[in-house]
Design a protein around this ligand. Structure first.
Ligand code: MV4
Length: 494
């Protein structure tokens, strides 16, 4: 494999190219008209424009990407995440064109692309799953009987759904029919497939996923877990590895289950098996993602492996160079997704120009990004501008380093989720490790970011009062507090 095409943009395109370069493989970028000056275009050895800015006219058009391979002589395609990365029809077209897709087979993608067929495949092994229906619901009355058996609250899920889309919680049996009808029509319009099923609703889960790697020789290993419970409306914000709640025993059990799930579809490449973990630390398989995930760097940091290099070696037909027992966890890694969104304005995308853009540096800090100072964030794509990753000898050090790195990160011109990340890192529930998927909705409101400043102002005011008292100044304490906090409020930047 001498040349690969990266069918993606932004930070992940660059991240993939860096590994290819280290392996002596030439890279081809594809870009839309909005990305003509993007870093991934400049970094690549060659670049091909594949159309106008909207992704359905560029990054999502499989035929243009295959044509770009033919034009440049690229032998393989790395799809990154999003876009065409989990599209079985594209995977098949790539194969039919005599090219290599750096990823799993179209068959594995197809099965895992549907939650019901994924669960059916996993059923071949003894994988714990949330009680519910094993097939798409055809008869509402039968489903209602099953729902009562399973016990309320229950969750209706769309088989074709992903990332929490098309999910509905039903609290009591009287609401069942109505919610079912709504779920079916929602699923039909969103995915063109109205298949839904039910599961018992696990009320306070943690979201834990296991990274797996499979080669073309039948070897499959897991690379431990990532904790992804800190999310907002199904958008992950903070991820870490390892999870602070898993015991070595549960980790081993989950890891074995993840390998079995992968084995159930003869998985080849890098994949992620998603579980939820309840308060009793019982875990249940939910689904499998057949791509390299956004949060893969935390796994790289604790295992010392380069997942993109492993993907490329697997695609070249090489056998994994290590066994499960060779792998171990070293230290702790945190990742914060830096979005161009305003936490003080309901996380609305905040597009514009990066007037200042200075990344944090130093020991244990990694920034995977795709922009530089002066660039404009295009409105057409995902608003994630960077991933800030820190590594430490333990969780405490990774958190402390993350706070330091957030403070060093200097971005002006757009609002970002950096200060929100700092709120998470300093929150007692996060620090103690006792949190679930409701962390953000439970603890965060816009006041949390403001109150940090007010608290600082109060402390500053009290310190000033004490200082003045010491100096025996004759000023009323209340005046000082009012003045001090006003001063701090006036210089606030948001
Ligand atoms: C669940 C659940 C509780 N009980 N299934 C959301 C995304 C999709 N991958 C699965 N999801 C969930 N499935 C049962 N039976 C709670 C969630 C869930 C969730 C899962 C992972 C990460 C964040 C989440 C946020 C809300 C709900």
């Amino acid at each position: 494999m001498n040349k690969i095409l990266i069918a993606n943009r932004g930070e992940i395109a660059l991240r993939i190219m860096r590994s290819a370069k280290e392996m002596g493989i030439k890279t081809v970028a594809v870009f839309s008209e909005a990305d003509r000056n993007a870093l991934h275009v400049r970094y690549a050895d060659e670049a091909v424009c594949i159309g106008p800015a909207p992704s359905n006219q560029s990054y999502l058009v499989g035929s243009k990407i295959i044509d770009a391979c033919k034009l440049t002589g690229a032998e393989a395609i790395h799809p990154g995440y999003g876009f065409l990365s989990e599209n079985p029809a594209f995977a098949q077209e790539v194969k039919d064109a005599g090219l290599i897709l750096i990823g799993p087979t179209p068959e594995a993608m197809e099965i895992m692309g549907n939650k019901l067929s994924a669960k059916a495949a996993a059923l071949k092994y003894n994988i714990p799953m949330v009680p519910g229906t094993e097939e798409a619901i055809k008869n509402v009355d039968e489903a209602k009987v099953r729902a009562v058996e399973v016990g309320f609250p229950i969750l209706i899920k769309a088989a074709a759904g992903g990332g929490g889309k098309g999910m509905r919680i039903v609290e009591k049996v009287e609401d069942f029919e109505e919610q079912m009808q709504l779920a079916v029509s929602e699923a039909t319009s969103a995915f063109g497939d109205g298949s839904v099923f039910i599961e018992r609703y696990v009320t306070s889960p943690r979201h834990i996923e296991i990274q797996v790697l499979g080669d073309t020789h039948g070897n499959i290993v897991h690379l431990f877990e990532r904790e992804c419970s800190v999310q907002r409306r199904h958008q992950k914000v903070v991820e870490e590895a390892p999870s602070s709640v898993l015991t070595p025993e549960i980790r081993e059990k989950m890891g074995k289950c993840a390998v079995d799930v992968a084995r159930s579809v003869s998985y080849v490449g890098a994949g992620t098996v998603e579980f939820i973990l309840d308060e009793n630390l019982d875990f249940f398989f939910l689904e499998m993602n057949t791509r390299l995930q956004v949060e893969h760097p935390v796994t790289e940091m604790i295992t010392g492996l380069d997942l993109v290099k492993e993907q490329i070696k697997i695609a070249r037909g090489e056998a994994l160079s290590f066994k499960q027992e060779d792998l171990k966890i070293s230290g702790h890694a945190m990742e914060l997704r830096v979005y161009a969104e305003d936490p003080l304005n309901n996380f609305l995308p905040d597009i514009g120009t990066l007037q200042t853009y200075q990344t944090p540096k130093g020991y244990g800090v990694r920034v995977d990004d795709g922009f530089e100072q002066g660039m404009e964030i295009p409105i057409y794509y995902d608003p994630m501008i960077a991933k800030l990753i820190t590594y430490g000898k333990n969780r405490t050090e990774a958190i402390e380093r993350m706070i330091r790195a957030i403070e060093e990160y200097d971005i002006t011109g757009i609002q970002t989720t950096l200060n929100f990340g700092k709120f998470v890192m300093q929150h007692p529930a996060f620090v103690s490790g006792k949190f679930d998927t409701h962390f953000v909705s439970k603890y965060f409101n816009q006041e949390s970011l403001k109150s940090e400043d007010v608290q600082e102002a109060m402390i500053a005011a009290i310190a000033a009062v004490l200082l003045l008292k010491e100096q025996k100044a004759t000023i009323q304490a209340t005046d000082v507090i009012a003045k001090k906090s006003n001063w701090v409020q006036n210089r606030r930047e948001y």
